[in-house]
Design a protein around this ligand. Structure first.
Ligand code: FES
Length: 102
C-alpha cells in the first residue's frame, strides 16, 4: 500500500552527501542538498552500479561506473551515458525521520 514510510533518522544523513539505505528489498539513496532531502533508487539505470559509491555535488549524483549523472531533484539525466530518468521518490521529514512516499 502506498504511503509515507520511515526511512532513516535525519541525524544519520551524511551532510551534503549521499547516504545508502536498505529498505526491505530495495536499495535507496538519500541526498542531502542545500534545497532539501531527495531520494532515488540506488542502482544506476544505465548499468546497475550503486550510485551511493558515486560522487555527489550539490544536486547532481555522478555514477561511479561510467560517470553518467543525474539531477537528484527530478531524476533527469544530465550527463551521458545516462539517458533515462532516474526513479525518484517524494520525501519529507516527520518527527526527526526522513520519510519517503512509496
Ligand atoms: Fe551508471 Fe553506467 S552504470 S553510468
Amino acid at each position: 500500500e502506498k504511503g509515507w514510510k520511515d526511512i532513516l533518522p535525519v541525524k544519520e544523513l551524511e551532510a551534503q552527501w549521499v547516504t545508502r539505505v536498505q529498505f526491505g528489498a530495495r536499495k535507496l539513496a538519500l541526498y542531502d542538498t542545500p534545497s532539501g532531502i531527495y531520494a532515488s533508487l540506488a542502482l544506476c539505470n544505465h548499468g546497475g552500479a550503486d550510485l551511493c559509491d558515486g560522487y555527489f555535488d550539490g544536486h547532481v549524483i555522478e555514477c561511479p561506473l561510467h560517470q553518467g549523472a543525474f539531477d537528484v531533484r527530478d531524476g533527469k539525466p544530465v550527463c551521458a551515458p545516462a539517458t533515462r530518468m532516474m526513479k525518484t521518490f517524494e520525501t519529507r521529514v516527520e518527527n526527526g525521520m526522513v520519510q519517503i512516499m512509496m
